[in-house]
Design a protein around this ligand. Structure first.
Ligand SMILES: *[C@@H]1O[C@H](CO)[C@@H](O)[C@H](O)[C@H]1NC(C)=O
Ligand SMILES: *[C@@H]1O[C@H](CO)[C@@H](O)[C@H](O)[C@H]1NC(C)=O
Ligand SMILES: *[C@@H]1O[C@H](CO)[C@@H](O)[C@H](O)[C@H]1NC(C)=O
Length: 240
C-alpha cells in the first residue's frame, strides 16, 4: 500500500521535474517538440531551416528552404533562380513546401527539361521523367560532327555510321561504325595508309559504346519524386 503511494509520488515528482525543466529551459521548441536554445539555427531533413530567436518557448522561426547543393537559402514564400534553375519555398499554415526545377544531371552538367545535349556519341533530350536518346553523332571526312536521327545512316568514305535500335532490345539505341559492304573495296595490303580505315579502328578504341536502357529512365523517375519536391506538414494540419 505504502509502496504504491511511494511509486505514485515518484512518478508525479518525475513529471513535475520534466515539465518544470521544460518551462524553465526551453527558449524555443522545434518541429519535433524538442527544446532549442536562443541563437541556435538548424536544418531538418537537410532542407527546412529554422532559427531560435526568442526565449518564450514558442515554436522556432522557419527561416526558409535550404538548397543543399549550392548552400543557399530560399526565403519563405520566395522562388529564386540559381545558375538558371528555379527553387521555390512555399508556406501555408498547413505545410511548408520546397520545389526545385526538374532537370537532367549528366556528367556534372545540369540540363533543363526540353533541352537537347550531347554525351559521347549520343544526343539526348531531357524530359521531366528522365532522358531519351534522340540521335547519334559521327565525324565526316572533314572531321565535322554530324547528327544522325535514329534509323539514319551517314557515310565517311568507306565507313558507314548507323544510329539504330537494337533488334533484340528495341529499348536500346546503338551507334555502329562499320566498313561499307555496298561498295567494292580493297583492304589496304600495301604500305599506303587508308585514312578511313584507321579512323574506324580509332573510333572503336576511343570509347565504350554508350547505351540507353530502361533502367536509366526508371532511375530518373525515382529521383524526381524524392528530389524535386519536399513537403513538411505543420501541426495545424493535424486538425486540432
Ligand atoms: C518558380 O518560378 C518559375 C519561373 O520563374 C516558374 O516556372 C515555376 O513554376 C515557379 N515554381 C513554383 C513552384 O511556383
Ligand atoms: C564529361 O565531362 C568532362 C569534363 O567536362 C568531359 O571532358 C567529358 O568528355 C564528358 N564526358 C562525356 C561522355 O561527355
Ligand atoms: C562534313 O560536315 C559538315 C557539317 O555538316 C559539312 O559542312 C561538310 O560539307 C561535310 N563534309 C563532307 C565532305 O561531307
Amino acid at each position: 500500500m505504502s509502496m504504491c503511494l511511494l511509486k505514485g509520488f515518484l512518478l508525479i515528482s518525475l513529471i513535475c521535474a520534466v515539465f518544470g525543466q521544460d518551462t524553465a529551459k526551453c527558449d524555443c521548441t522545434d518541429w519535433y517538440g524538442r527544446c532549442r536554445n536562443m541563437g541556435e539555427t538548424w536544418a531538418d531533413d537537410n532542407t527546412w531551416m529554422y532559427a531560435c530567436d526568442d526565449k518564450r518557448g514558442a515554436p522556432a522561426t522557419f527561416a526558409g528552404c535550404l538548397v543543399l547543393a549550392n548552400n543557399e537559402l530560399v526565403m519563405p514564400g520566395k522562388n529564386i533562380s540559381i545558375n538558371g534553375f528555379w527553387y521555390s519555398c512555399d508556406v501555408s499554415n498547413l505545410r511548408i513546401k520546397y520545389d526545385q526545377e526538374p532537370r537532367c544531371l549528366v556528367n556534372g552538367s545540369h540540363y533543363h527539361v526540353g533541352e537537347e545535349f550531347r554525351e559521347g556519341y549520343f544526343q539526348w533530350l531531357c524530359l521531366e521523367t528522365g532522358r531519351w536518346v534522340t540521335g547519334c553523332y559521327y565525324q565526316n571526312e572533314t572531321k565535322d560532327w554530324n547528327l544522325l536521327k535514329i534509323g539514319e545512316k551517314g557515310y565517311n568514305g568507306l565507313i558507314q555510321h548507323v544510329c539504330d535500335r537494337y533488334k533484340e532490345n528495341p529499348g536500346r539505341i546503338q551507334y555502329i561504325a562499320s566498313i561499307r559492304k555496298d561498295i567494292p573495296h580493297k583492304s589496304p595490303t600495301n604500305k599506303g595508309k587508308n585514312q578511313n580505315l584507321l579512323e574506324f579502328v580509332d573510333n572503336r578504341l576511343k570509347e565504350e559504346p554508350v547505351l540507353w536502357t530502361h533502367d536509366n529512365v526508371v532511375l530518373f523517375i525515382e529521383s524526381k519524386d524524392k528530389f524535386n519536391q519536399k513537403i513538411r506538414y505543420l501541426p495545424a494540419s493535424r486538425g486540432w
